[in-house]
Design a protein around this ligand. Structure first.
Ligand code: UDP
Length: 450
C-alpha cells in the first residue's frame, strides 16, 4: 500500500498477525467507513466500544489475508496525522468534517456531506479502480458508503452494529429512544447495500423483520476475540494479587460503556439484594466497574456512583476508568463472574473476552448474548431485568469457587471458537459474493454458531 511519507506507524515491527492458511483474495483493497468513532480511540467510553475493536481486528486480519484496508474516520482533534498506519496493510485516514470537539453523534448527520467531500478528495488522488469494495459500519457510515460505492462502481457491504428499532423495542426505564431519522436512514441503507453483515442469526432476522432486508443478501458473521490478549494466563489468584484483590473475594465484574442500555444499575441493585440477604458477604464482595460514561449516560455521568452511595454499597463498588485490553484481561481473569445485564446487545464482546480468560458470565438473555454464553455451561442467562433474578444467578458464584472454575474452563473452550481470523475469512466470503461474477467458495454464508 502506498502509505507516503506522512504516515505515522503505530505498530511494533513484529505485530503482523500470522495465519496458518494463506488465502488468495479477489478483493485487493477495501475502503472502510467509520464516521462517528475512530479505530484509534480507546474503547469503553463515549462513542468507542465494540465496533472500534471489531474494525481494528477485522482490518488487521483482512490485511494478513492479503486484502489491504483503508479506514476513513472523522478527525476529532486538531493536529492529527492525516494518515496513520495502524498495522501492515491497514491505514486510518482522518477526514475533516465539522469542528473537532463538541459534536455529538446525534449531530453528525449534518456533517455527512462534508465527510463525503473529504473522502472523494482522497479518492481523486487515486488511480481508477483503486478500491474493490466499500464496507461501512453503523448507519452514518452507510450513507457515505452508499454514495462512494456508487461513484466508484464497487459493491457496498454494510454492518449495522446496532439498530434503532431493536434498541427502541427494549429501552431501559426512562432512557431516550433513537430518533425517527435514524430509522429512515437505516432503512435506506438496507435497500442500497449489496450485502448486509449481521453478528448473529437473531440480528439477521431483525434486519429482515424490522427493515425488510433481503435474506439472500444478509449474511451472518460472528465477531471474534483476540485469543492472544484474552487468555487465562497465570490464573485468577495471580491476577487478583496484581490488582490488590483478596484471594477469597467474590468479584462481580462489569466492563463496558456506562449507559442505561448496559444495565449497570441492575448489577448494583442485585448486589444490594445479596448483602441484604447475607450481611457477612460484605466482607469479601468486590464489584469492579470498568469503563466510562457513554450515550444517554453522558447526561448524568455521576449517576452510577450516586446510586452506589444511595444503595449503601459505595465501599464495595470499585470504579475504574476505561483501560487497554491487556490490562482489562487481568480484571476478567480476577473476576468470579462477568455480569452483563444489558437491555440490548448485538453481540457482547466483553462476554466473549471474559470467557476466553476463563471466567464465566451472568448475562441478560438478549440479542447476541445467548450465542456468546451457553446457559448452565459457561454461565447463566437471565430472562428479564429484575435485580432479584440477577442476585439469584450471582449468589452461587459468590460461594462456590469450584463452580467458578468448572464453568470458567468450559467458557474458555467455548470462546476459543471465536477467533478474529475466522471472522475475516467469513467476511471475505461475503465480499466475494458481493462482487458480480465472483463465485462464493466454502461452506456458504451462514455461521456454524447460529
Ligand atoms: N473495552 C476496553 N476497555 C475498557 C472497557 C471495554 O478496551 O475499559 C473494550 C472491550 O474489550 C470490548 C469493547 O470495549 O472489546 C466493548 O464491546 P461490547 O461488544 O461488549 O460492547 P459495545 O461497546 O459494542 O456496546
Amino acid at each position: 500500500m502506498g502509505t507516503g511519507a506522512a504516515v505515522l506507524r503505530l505498530y511494533p515491527g513484529s505485530a503482523q498477525p500470522s495465519l496458518e492458511e494463506p488465502y488468495v483474495p479477489h478483493i485487493r483493497r477495501v475502503a472502510m467507513f467509520s464516521v462517528h468513532t475512530s479505530p484509534l480511540h480507546q474503547p469503553g467510553t463515549g462513542d468507542a466500544g465494540g465496533m472500534n475493536v471489531y474494525i481494528v481486528e477485522l482490518a488487521r486480519q483482512l490485511a494478513a489475508l492479503g486484502t489491504e484496508v483503508e479506514i476513513f474516520t472523522r478527525a476529532t482533534a486538531a493536529g492529527l496525522d492525516p494518515c496513520v498506519e495502524l498495522a501492515p496493510g491497514v491505514l486510518v485516514r482522518h477526514i475533516d468534517a465539522g469542528p473537532y470537539e463538541g459534536l455529538s453523534k446525534e449531530e453528525l448527520p449534518a456533517q455527512l456531506c462534508a465527510f463525503t467531500h473529504g473522502v472523494t478528495q482522497v479518492w481523486a488522488a487515486r488511480a481508477a479502480g483503486y478500491f474493490d469494495l466499500v464496507h461501512s459500519h453503523y448507519w452514518l457510515s452507510g450513507h457515505v458508503g452508499w454514495l462512494a460505492a456508487e461513484r466508484w462502481g464497487v459493491p457496498l457491504v454494510h454492518a449495522m452494529h446496532t439498530m434503532a428499532k431493536v434498541k427502541n423495542a427494549a429501552l431501559a426505564t426512562g432512557d431516550t429512544p433513537e430518533p425517527a431519522a435514524r430509522v429512515i436512514g437505516e432503512t435506506q441503507i438496507v435497500r442500497a447495500a449489496d450485502r448486509l453483515i449481521a453478528n448473529t442469526a437473531e440480528e439477521a432476522e431483525a434486519l429482515v423483520t424490522h427493515y425488510d432486508a433481503d435474506p439472500r443478501r444478509t449474511a451472518v458473521v460472528h465477531p471474534g476475540v483476540n485469543l492472544d490478549v484474552f487468555r487465562p494466563g497465570d490464573g485468577r489468584r495471580a491476577a487478583r494479587q496484581r490488582l490488590g484483590l483478596p484471594a477469597d473475594a467474590a468479584v462481580l465484574l462489569f466492563a463496558g460503556r456506562i449507559q442505561p442500555l448496559k444495565g449497570p444499575d441492575i448489577l448494583l441493585h442485585a448486589v444490594r439484594e445479596l448483602v441484604d440477604a447475607e450481611p457477612a458477604l460484605r466482607e469479601r464482595l468486590v464489584v469492579p466497574v470498568v469503563g466510562g460514561p457513554s450515550g444517554t449516560g453522558l447526561a448524568r455521568p455521576e449517576r452510577l456512583q450516586k446510586l452506589a452511595v444511595r444503595l449503601g454499597i459505595a465501599d464495595l463498588v470499585w470504579f475504574r476508568p476505561p483501560m487497554a485490553q491487556q490490562r482489562l484481561a487481568d480484571w476478567y481473569r480476577a473476576a468470579s463472574v462477568l455480569v452483563m445485564p444489558s437491555y440490548s446487545e448485538s453481540f457482547g464482546l466483553v462476554a466473549a473476552e471474559a470467557q476466553a480468560c476463563g471466567t464465566p458470565v451472568v448475562a441478560a438473555a438478549v440479542g447476541g448474548l445467548p450465542v456468546v454464553v451457553r446457559e448452565g455451561e459457561t454461565g447463566r442467562l437471565v430472562d428479564g431485568h429484575d435485580p432479584a433474578d440477577f442476585a439469584a444467578a450471582l449468589r452461587p458464584f459468590c460461594h462456590q469457587p469450584a463452580l467458578v472454575e468448572r464453568l470458567g474452563a468450559a467458557a474458555r473452550r467455548h470462546a476459543a471458537g471465536f477467533g478474529w481470523a475466522a471472522t475475516a475469512r467469513d467476511t471475505l466470503e461475503v465480499y466475494r459474493a458481493a462482487v458480480p461474477g465472483c463465485a462464493v467458495t466454502g461452506s456458504g454464508l451462514r455461521s456454524a454458531h447460529g
